[in-house]
Design a protein around this ligand. Structure first.
Ligand SMILES: *Cc1c(COP(=O)(O)O)cnc(C)c1O
Length: 815
């Protein structure tokens, strides 16, 4: 957004493509595009056909239809005849071309560029540096955590002539990646944040990982780091600025001390002089990140008082965009901690993904750091909003109000400040719509968000939608491209949600969704989900509802098939899609494989239905002890499906693989796989998955209980010594199994793992927090790792997830 317009001739010169076809030699470019679902100002976009999980070349026609006229494509894959009005640049590597253009753009600016890398804390350090340095500089920083080969290029593209400093985050997952990030970023100042003790999956050793990260700093004037983080790794010597407890460090840390009210004082020595900062955090990671920022400020020439003042005001990084249930049957997307063009683009994308309401509104504050008369900026903003399909725009602040003329195409309400908007909330009457709240910190939109959202019970399941998307991509990467993907969203998506999950899956172009019961499918349709949906246990009394909502039944027996066909015949419906299930050894539901010929006979004379797929289910795909059995199931399925294929006059899909089979049985992929628990990041072995759900609650009360007393029902826990006991708001009615009582279950309070004490009650339970410096109201992590938890009580993660009660509110977020 809002980069300089680049004439296509200049782009062509920078990329030096092998071949160029310029149908419109006078075109100019302002935006970079690679995803047809996220096009902004298509006429001024340059579309790169990238080769990720899906080949971008498959979407060229879509992009062309949407108005894109400038393309960077692979040589030999595309014919220019198909796009008569387009400029086509043919290259040998499209990602590399995108990076070349970003690198060229970066090279146009002679300002300090801070490159941040490390395994922990890089996003926090980037955001804190932004908070700390903003009073002096006009800063461009990477949006959210855009730090990959693609993310860095897009981040750099957004630098423009207004900026006086840039902070760019760099992340890598395997050797060889950092050199290309360095080539683009060309940092003048390097910052290394914490490096975890483990080496990431992609690296042979920790030292290799450190050396690779260090490549970011090639050519930098100075590198800020703590020698403790590099652990003696042999890194190229540059002009360092170090911090640590060692007296040889430039910034020597002498003491860190909690001083109450959640604050820590850190004392140090710099150039022989004592210095101190106070930060409003007490955890070690925050201290390390703050010290890293401190060192950066010193290296930039800041002095004691200005540093101390900034540090006192450090705010938690509210990077999360949260999806909440709103009042008036609204859905609220809460992104009330920052406002800049880059993060607005991301939030609007997320808004676009939501299908549950037709109407979409945006509440937007003025943009800090943008001059009132920056017409180009406001025109860009208006264009962006026009592309976003919103119905209503509510703005807060004088600058957006003064450009009201640009937003005339929208239903626009302007308010001078947040108070005025709050006073008018009843008149704005938000109902049955999706509302994006997007405001800079100083507008304190969190007050608005409180007024527009439902109050939550204190126990919540936080659902990380970005992790879900990443898990999905990890599985897609595992599959050959012709294999389709069905996501199992039964049982409220394994406890994680309904349309909130389905919207993400639909946006990511899955092929099918599957639910267990009709009502789950109806709920998805009501929320605007248009993907094909399979219902596994159709109710023969509810066929009407199946038809009305275009839900496709699983058919597992002749009686079910006959009654469905009879129903369709009466309604004069033809070729309704059904999914035929064979029982190959699970012995739950399904036709016997030997019934396949009889089934074919029936189906060829039943035009009312059409077999969309034939499938079966594996009983023990994850267990090597049963591999012979699994092989037998796959064979038996193959034979039944072959019989069907030979007999039916039309094609259909075949599928048998669940998550475990995706990981272990490529021979079972057939035409489609059914991804279940792995999507939620649980229960499987793939290293790259992350768990999607985290359950959290709060401490209601803390008390000292002397030795000899007991805790809870039945006096199960007799205390041998004096203990500190915390009561938390989660019990077996929330899905916290009673078997977790008496020390079996463990929760996390202020970073410490603590055991339960006594029996679990219905709505509460007690924890032994002796020695942990906690206060009432503190957050408690009920579970992080569901696999480990399930093992403690001898069950499977599926049961823990599906057992989380509906009264535990789900909070969705996107990082
Ligand atoms: C639940 C289910 C799946 C998914 O199983 P996971 O082990 O969660 O991957 C696949 N197929 C059928 C028929 C199912 O019922």
């Amino acid at each position: 957004m809002h980069a300089h317009p680049y004439p296509i001739a200049l782009v062509s010169q920078v990329l030096s493509p092998a071949t160029v076809v310029l149908a419109r030699p006078d075109a100019s470019i302002t935006t970079l595009a690679f995803d047809t679902r996220k096009l902004v100002e298509p006429a001024k976009a340059l579309f790169f056909a990238l080769q990720g999980n899906r080949d971008g070349h498959a979407f060229l026609a879509d992009a062309y239809r949407a108005g894109v006229r400038n393309f960077v494509v692979l040589t030999g894959v595309v014919s220019s005849d198909a796009y008569p009005e387009a400029n086509l640049l043919f290259v040998s590597d499209t990602l590399r071309a995108l990076q070349d253009l970003a690198a060229y753009h970066r090279s146009q600016f002679d300002i300090p560029v801070i490159g941040v890398t490390g395994s922990n804390g890089k996003t926090i350090v980037k955001e804190w540096l932004y908070q700390l340095l903003s009073p002096r500089y006009r800063i461009h920083r990477s949006p959210k955590s855009y730090n990959s080969q693609l993310g860095v290029a897009l981040s750099l593209w957004q630098m423009d002539s207004r900026h006086t400093l840039a902070i760019i985050e760099a992340g890598i997952s395997q050797p060889g990646e950092m050199a290309s990030l360095n080539r683009m970023i060309r940092p003048t100042l390097g910052v290394l944040t914490g490096i975890g003790p483990a080496h990431d999956a992609g690296f042979a050793s920790r030292e290799e990982k450190i050396r690779e990260k260090w490549l970011l700093f090639y050519g930098a004037e100075r590198v800020i780091h703590s020698p403790a983080h590099i652990d003696g790794a042999d890194v190229a010597s540059t002009n360092h600025f170090t911090w640590g407890v060692d007296h040889a460090a430039d910034l020597t840390i002498i003491d860190r001390r909690e001083i109450g009210e959640g604050a820590t004082e850190i004392r140090a020595q710099y150039k022989g002089q004592p210095m101190a900062i106070t930060i409003p955090f007490t955890d070690t990671a925050s201290m390390d990140n703050a010290i890293t920022c401190w060192a950066v400020m010193l290296a930039l020439g800041y002095e004691g008082e200005e540093i101390a003042q900034g540090m006192r005001g450090l705010a938690p990084v509210g990077m999360r965009l949260e999806l909440k249930r709103g009042v008036g049957n609204c859905t609220v997307i809460d992104d009330s901690y920052s406002n800049d063009m880059a993060s607005l683009v991301i939030a609007l994308d997320f808004l676009k993904q939501q299908n549950q309401h037709e109407k979409r509104s945006v509440i937007l504050s003025d943009f800090p750091g943008i001059l009132t008369d920056d017409t180009a900026f406001y025109q860009g903003l208006a264009a962006l909003l026009a592309e976003s399909g919103i119905d209503r725009l509510v703005t807060v602040g004088p600058d957006l109000a003064s450009h009201g003329g640009l937003f005339k195409f929208l239903n626009h309400h302007a308010f001078p400040d947040t108070e005025a908007l709050i006073a008018s909330l009843p008149a704005l009457a938000f109902r049955d719509e999706t509302v994006l709240i997007k405001g800079a910190r100083r507008y304190r939109f969190e007050r608005l968000s409180r007024l527009l959202t439902e109050k939550l019970h204190d126990t919540v399941l936080e659902v990380n939608l970005q992790a879900l998307e990443a898990n999905l991509k990890a599985y897609k990467a595992q599959l050959p491209t012709h294999v389709k993907l069905m996501a199992m969203v039964k049982a409220f998506s394994y406890g994680s949600g309904s349309f909130e999950i389905a919207n993400i899956l639909q946006f990511n172009q899955l092929d099918y969704l599957t639910v267990a019961y009709l009502d789950e499918g109806v709920q998805l349709r009501r929320a605007g989900i248009s993907l094909p949906i399979v219902v596994m246990s159709p109710d023969i009394y509810a066929f009407e509802s199946l038809l009305r909502h275009r839900l496709e039944p699983e058919i597992f027996s002749f009686p079910v098939l006959e009654s469905f066909v009879a129903y369709l015949e009466e309604r004069e419906v033809a070729a309704f899609p059904i999914h035929v299930k064979f029982d190959t050894g699970m012995h739950r539901l399904g036709f016997a494989p030997e019934d396949a010929p009889k089934l074919v006979d029936y189906l060829v004379s039943a035009p009312q239905v059409r077999v969309a797929s034939v499938f079966s289910h594996l009983a023990a795909a994850g267990d090597s002890a049963h591999d012979d059995f699994t092989r037998m199931q796959i064979r038996s399925f193959q034979q039944a499906a072959d019989t069907m294929e030979a007999g039916l006059p039309y094609p259909f899909l075949r599928h048998i693989a669940n998550t475990a089979a995706i990981e272990r049985w490529p021979a079972a992929y057939f035409d489609m796989v059914r991804l279940g628990i792995g999507l939620y990041g649980i229960g499987r072995s793939m290293a790259s998955l992350s768990q999607v759900g985290t359950m959290k609650t709060t401490i209601s009360q803390i008390r000292r209980v002397p030795a000899g007393e007991s805790v809870g029902y039945g006096r199960q826990a007799l205390l041998e010594t004096d203990r500190t006991i915390a009561t938390v708001k989660v019990g077996y009615a929330d899905g916290y199994d009673r078997r977790f009582g008496n020390g079996v279950g463990r929760m996390v309070v202020r970073g410490h793992e603590v055991p339960t004490v006594g029996n679990i009650c219905m709505d509460m339970c007690m924890l032994d927090i002796t020695g942990v410096d906690a206060v009432e109201g503190d957050e408690v992590i009920v579970f992080g790792d569901v696999d480990a938890m399930a093992e403690l009580i001898g069950t499977i993660p599926y049961e823990i997830l599906a057992g989380i009660s509906q009264r535990v509110k789900r909070v969705y977020y996107y990082e």
